[in-house]
Design a protein around this ligand. Structure first.
Ligand code: FUC
Length: 347
């Protein structure tokens, strides 16, 4: 295992560093301490050719100008919260409004836009980057001083594990995830429409026009949302299903998982032979197929466009605070939040 540290940029007098973990198979994961953002994941195709499989940039300016959360950790609460407010113990909290009057992915300056402290832990068969950050009481409207610790571990089996730990000095809400856009073709050679996705999920959340959950939990049966035995992404971009149309011709939906830590999510690109298995302890995964990706900038020389990458955001349900029948995102004072997701790359 090998670790390379280099300067990425200067921002407001602070240095942003790139940490590249390289395992004995040549797999590389590059991360910057701004937003714990994954900028590159280099993995082999079926012929052993090493190429990048996530959307990312090489400059901080591009992250600031164009990034729809490429590779970043999002939170304190991932996804949308209707009207940017929720009530806890009789107090209504007003969060930053950054999406049509709603709150999205932690607000205007969420966990994706702050610089984290970093420590490196080296072990015989793994490398870990430990990121820490104290989100102060009231940050983006959330209650409680929340201490976060996020660990990225790469091992020699081409597995990247991300664990999220948090503790708050007041009752609060937490629901964080990583917002990487995957594209297994390698160096963005093709869009993701031909990627095949398998999900252990038989229910998903209905969304309204603002992409906020209506509260209805729908069965996947006989719809383009049935990924139980595998389905190409294009079957949901080219369909009359009103839920796909609402999302901008694609998916932007939370799926409830029926299993955990057991290959519950599997993405495969037949042309390259690359696969990605995702396992988590979380109740849901949000599938976002890059329906809103703008086309007025480039990503390392490739024109950005719709469907150039897809996100598989393992997390609790968005807007759960306003739907008492959803699994809760409440974190009690002094109790530990723990979320873990493993990304296993195959070829
Ligand atoms: C995703 C989506 C959104 C949004 C964004 C960049 O997770 O849920 O609709 O466009 O992130």
């Amino acid at each position: 295992m090998n670790l390379i540290q280099e300067k990425f940029a200067e921002l407001d007098g602070q240095t942003i560093t790139t940490f590249t973990m390289i395992n004995d198979q040549g797999m590389e994961v590059s991360t910057i301490d701004y937003g714990c953002t994954i900028t590159r994941i280099v993995v082999p195709d079926r012929n052993g050719t090493l190429e990048n499989v996530v959307l990312g940039f090489d400059t901080i300016e591009e992250y600031q100008q164009h990034s729809p959360y490429f590779g970043a950790v999002v939170g304190r609460h991932a996804g949308r919260i209707a009207n940017a407010e929720f009530t806890l113990e009789g107090t209504t909290y007003h969060l930053a409004k950054n999406n049509n009057g709603n709150h999205l992915h932690g607000g205007i300056k969420g966990l994706d836009k702050v610089i984290w402290n970093t420590e490196v832990v080296e072990e015989k068969d793994s490398l870990t980057l430990v990121f820490t950050y104290l989100s102060k009481d009231g940050e983006e409207g959330y209650p409680g001083n929340l201490k976060m610790k996020i660990s990225y571990t790469l091992n020699n089996d081409n597995e990247l594990q991300i664990s999220y730990e948090g503790v708050s000095d007041q009752k609060t809400v937490v629901n964080v995830t990583n917002h990487s856009y995957f594209n297994l073709s390698g160096n963005l050679k093709r869009d993701v429409l031909n990627h095949k996705l398998t999900l252990k999920s038989n229910r998903f959340l209905e969304l309204d026009e603002e992409l906020i959950p209506t509260g209805e939990i729908l069965p996947v049966e006989n719809t383009s949302f049935d990924f139980l035995s595998g389905r190409k992404i294009m079957e949901g971009t080219d369909t009359n299903d009103s839920q796909n149309i609402i999302a901008g011709n694609g998916y932007d939906h939370p799926f409830l998982l029926t299993d955990n830590h057991n290959k519950e999510i599997y993405l495969f690109d037949d042309e390259s032979g690359r696969g990605l298995i995702i396992e988590t302890n979380q109740p849901a995964v949000v599938l976002y197929t890059g329906n809103q990706l703008a086309d007025d900038f480039s990503i390392r020389g490739i024109n950005s466009r719709k469907y150039l990458g897809l996100c598989l955001e393992t997390q609790g349900l968005p807007d759960s605070l306003n739907h008492p029948h959803f699994p809760s995102a409440i974190l009690e004072k002094d109790q530990g939040y723990y979320s873990v997701t493993k990304y296993i790359f195959t070829n």
